[in-house]
Design a protein around this ligand. Structure first.
Ligand code: PEP
Ligand code: MG
Length: 619
């Protein structure tokens, strides 16, 4: 066929049209808007993934065979736990933020499926009220969700959003159990061709673990919202996303080209050639931005004036481990070991713990792992620890001021001995440090050290090979007493780590977990800053390493101040490391010191934040 330069859109000259643009016969483009949930732009063919309806539940049904219903429930729970385990196994293919977010959510689901209040409530409804398993699950999860929503609505603000997410978790687990009770299949995301835009009515947070971000370029849904759990998951995966685009499933067809702009919240089905050209430029900009962040991870954490910093990661769950290497963190500054005790009915024994620690230490490939012995107490509960004797019986009026952290371990030393022995055994796998939580007075540290040496002697007698010098034993500075007594503690502790989460709580007498007093919780309160300064200077005077591992270590606005106060080592959530590194690489020590000088003269939080914000705006 002869080709022309004319406007004949059906001629072969159409090949000059950008790939994927709508042909002249195609319907005009359809623009929809929704919640801009994950930044970034993507173009691709639509794949609609719709879910088969959940089974109906007969609200009038009653059972005269509760044992049978409990048995069915038990099987459905087992099946659900296995599904969640499988989802966890898939985490390794996800980007780092995704692994953290989804890993923690799956942990919450697993806990709900364990011996929880939810399970007790379902059992009661079956046994006491003669409900079928399906009805008991639905009634109990709905009642817990409603109670949360009521509380959230009363409090309002961010707490309302958190309550909504938590209510969603109960409903999600309820739906999973009901589907498993009726053996109704879940939808599959496995056959998605590379480059696809995933379109659905709604996505569950756990679906995010099934999405392969190397195949799906964007997500658009009809329902949902930018603050719900699914949104958090998708953000962690970094897939451009628009949620709550009304009319989406009515207009989208399998195979139709779609542009998803997660920055503005627009979705375009069958885009025109012009729309497509503009979208391609958006896609290229987005890719450049991501690459820049990736490159940063490999650069050293050094101030522009040359001083070297240490940026390490906090680790709460082993699932976060692969992220640490990707984040560019130089070691683990705080390994919270509470996860070992949380879902367990019995304590993991010495060898099991040693194997877990050794695996973590080995993964760090020569970078130091700082293992904190279990910090139990407050409002946390663990069947395993309670069976081992670590209950906080007695005074429950102020749990944070009662038997908690090191005090509790010294009262029941068997748990501490097991943990010390496991860490010492694992120390052959690489550099490790041992950290004690919630220290208030020097004698506590001395007593713990005696136990530490006694355990080492016992292991040596049994022929366990330990290095000539034991791993350093250090303390967390998270009480005003420890900060004020920094000089005395630094003489006996081999390193110190400031825990500003608790230090703020104890200094300002503000419960860190209470929504009511949350507006009074200020880690940048001058009183807290003075304690950070006192502890840092005390440690430096004794040439003891000191770091900071509270949440503020991951806040790029605050880190310049902390550097100015003399700190050089920070441990934070892995995903914060690149952001913090980006900021510190542009700082000079002299500027940080001047900022600290001005801040330490301030007398209230507003003044401190004003100075910090001005500094951030000027860098
Ligand atoms: C802290 O208190 O700052 C800290 C890091 O410990 P956790 O948050 O585990 O109490
Ligand atoms: Mg703490």
């Amino acid at each position: 066929m002869k080709t022309t330069d004319g406007p004949d859109q059906t001629s072969p000259r159409r090949r000059r049209r950008p790939r994927g643009a709508a042909p002249a016969t195609a319907p005009p483009e359809i623009r929809l808007s929704g919640d801009a949930t994950v930044r970034g732009m993507a173009i691709g063919p639509v794949m609609l993934v719709l879910e088969s309806p959940a089974p109906d539940i007969d609200a009038a049904a009653r059972t005269d065979n509760p044992e049978h219903e409990l048995e069915r429930l038990g099987e459905a729970i087992e099946r659900s736990v296995r599904q969640i385990e499988r989802l966890r196994d898939r985490l390794a293919i996800l980007p780092e933020d995704g692994q953290i977010e989804i890993g923690s959510l799956l942990e919450v689901y697993r806990r709900m499926l364990g011996p929880s209040r939810l399970q007790r409530g379902i059992h009661e409804r079956i046994v006491r009220d003669g409900r079928t398993a399906e009805l008991a699950v639905r009634e109990e999860t709905e009642s817990l969700a409603q109670a949360l929503l009521r509380d959230g609505a009363e409090i309002g603000g961010e707490d309302a959003a958190a309550a909504q997410r938590r209510a969603g978790e109960f409903r999600e687990i309820g739906q999973r159990l009901v589907r498993n009770l009726g053996r109704t299949p879940f939808r599959s995301f496995s056959a998605m061709p590379a480059g696809t835009v995933l379109v659905a009515e709604q996505l569950r947070p756990a679906d995010a673990a099934l999405i392969d971000p190397s195949r799906i370029v964007a997500v658009a849904t009809e329902e949902g919202g930018s603050t719900d759990h699914t949104a958090i998951m998708l953000r962690a995966l970094g897939i451009p996303t628009v949620l709550a685009a009304h009319g989406l499933t009515a207009h989208a067809r399998d195979g139709a080209t779609m542009v998803v702009d997660g920055t503005t919240g627009h979705v375009v089905i069958d885009p025109s050639a012009e729309t497509l050209e503009a979208a391609r430029r958006g896609v290229a900009d987005h890719a450049r931005e991501r690459q820049a962040l990736g490159r940063l991870r490999r650069l050293p954490a050094r101030l522009s004036s040359g001083e070297k910093l240490q940026l390490q990661a906090n680790l709460e769950l082993p699932a976060e481990l692969p992220l640490i290497a990707q984040s560019g963190a130089s070691g683990i500054g705080l390994l919270r070991t509470e996860f070992l005790f949380m879902n367990a009915a019995t304590m993991p024994d010495e060898d099991r713990q040693a194997a877990i620690y050794a695996e973590i230490i080995g993964t760090m490939a020569g970078d130091t792992t700082t293992i904190r012995v279990v910090d139990w107490g407050g409002e946390k509960h663990s069947e395993a620890l309670e069976r081992a004797g670590l209950s906080q019986e007695g005074d429950t009026i102020n749990p944070a001021l009662g038997m908690r952290g090191l005090r509790l371990l010294l009262r029941y030393p068997a748990v501490l001995e097991t943990q010390f022995a496991a860490i010492l055994k694992a120390s052959v796998a690489g550099p490790v440090r041992v950290m004690l939580p919630m220290v208030t007075v020097v004698p506590e540290l001395r007593e713990a050290r005696e136990i530490y040496h006694r355990v080492a002697r016992r292991l040596r007698r049994k022929g366990v090979q330990l290095g000539d010098t034991l791993p350093p034993l250090g303390i967390m500075v998270e009480t005003p007493a420890a900060a004020i007594m920094g000089d005395a503690l630094a003489q006996e502790a081999e390193f110190l780590a400031i825990g500003t989460n608790d230090l703020t709580m104890y200094t300002l007498a503000v419960d860190r977990g209470s929504a009511e007093v949350a507006p009074l919780y200020h880690p940048l309160h001058p009183a807290v800053l003075r304690l950070i300064q006192a502890a840092t200077e005390a440690a430096l005077r004794q040439y003891r390493p000191i770091s900071l591992c509270g949440e503020i270590a991951g806040d790029p606005r605050v880190v310049p101040l902390l550097i100015g106060l003399g700190l050089r080592s920070f441990s934070m959530t892995a995903s914060a490391v690149p952001r913090v590194k980006k900021v510190v690489r542009a700082l000079s020590f002299e500027d940080c010191r001047r900022l600290a000088h001005r801040v330490m003269e301030a007398s209230d939080v507003a003044e401190v934040t004003g100075l910090i914000d001005d500094f951030a705006a000027g860098t």
